[in-house]
Design a protein around this ligand. Sequence first.
Ligand code: IFM
Length: 462
Amino acid sequence: MMDTNASLYSFPEDFVWGAATAAYQIEGAVAEGGRRPSVWDTFSATPGRTLNGDTGAIACDHYHRFKDDIRLMADLGIRHYRFSVAWPRILPEGRGAVNPAGIDFYQRLVDTLLEHGITPYATLFHWDSPQALEDLYGSWRSREMAQDFADYAAVVSRYLGDRITHWMTLNEIHCFTHIGYGVQQVPPHAPGTVVQRLKDLWQTSHHALLAHGMACQAIRAASPVPCSIALVDNFVPTLPIAETPEHVSAAQKAFHRFSTNGGIVEPALTGSYSAALLEQLGEDAPDIQDGDMATIHQPLDAFGLNNYFGVYVRAIDRDPGFEILDFPPSYPKLHMPWLYLTPDSIYWGIRHVAETLGRPDLPIYITENGCAAQDIPNAQGEILDSDRVLFLRQYLRSAQRAVSEGYPLRGYFVWSLLDNFEWAWGLDRRFGMIYVDYATQQRLPKLSAAWYAECIRQNRVV
Ligand code: IFM
């Protein structure tokens, strides 16, 4: 029978279909090749910090198995790969002497990608700050961290810039600052040190914004060839409960005040903290020195949106004009407490960048999207993760809607290529399209991997 749907949900010819991972979540080999501990090594080795006491010490052993993993990726037809570089492999003490074995590892990794026709997208920081800097000055609590990060970014782009031209500075500032230093209940993030005042918490994210801006400048100065630089953020899209002018306007108003949206993505993309947020914070707002906002607001070549969920908003006729709706108990979610099925969050995330933040010029990549599911091999040893296929299909259709309406979405990276160390949830939560048997380190592509490969082959959501 003829496939009558051959053009349904299709993407432009040059759409980037990719997969993403992060160093501490997959590499393992934490004491090899001159690497020194990151805050996540220390945190996860502390009793009671992660589920089942899991650590990333071995994880997917990707440090030793990267060639096989890259071959698997190539077999699926994935031609774009987002990974992260581990700061403590490159500068084991966080600053100072460069570790040649660290550089060599990433050169070999990237060369293997290129041999398979896979374009590398490197994130410079995905939460594994050098423990040495946490010990020295409290890492993100100090302004010094911004300069150290910029110096590290310069080293990486100097040594790897001949083969990597897509750079991403920091991944999800909210998580490693506001959850790393501000959450008392389980599960926090490393380093898990709770700062005293809300102002101190906002100071950590302000330092991270500065680090992003200074790193942009450092990469452009050090890269041997022109390159693309992006920030990757996971702001929470506010979703109009109905697509009518009153609810859309309520969702736009709510955007600035929800979570840390107005104090992280907004200053990075517009050059100013949200006025509504600053008013709400009052004396808890971070200290901002002369010139900081210009440093933070660097020209970017792209923006990376990590999106898993959004929150629904409705218009109300009293102050502040909007209401954030709680999720009712029976609302569908995947295998994380926060993983509500809200496919529209991709579409609205993209629209908020273009319209609410006034950046219709900025190319966008979905740099992470995916879900944890309870993957259990069947009697034949297959993993038929139809729940993950359902999730990815709905979110990808939402991405396609944004493209079809003319928003500048250029690509999509599934989180994640492989099951991996899911931070405080240890190895218990599986986000991969490829199953990892941690006892044997065997890899097994799930049904979702075959489904995604077909999407790539047909350049549309199937
Ligand atoms: O695994 C994480 C990733 O490191 C950052 N973004 C969210 C993912 C799922 O929780």
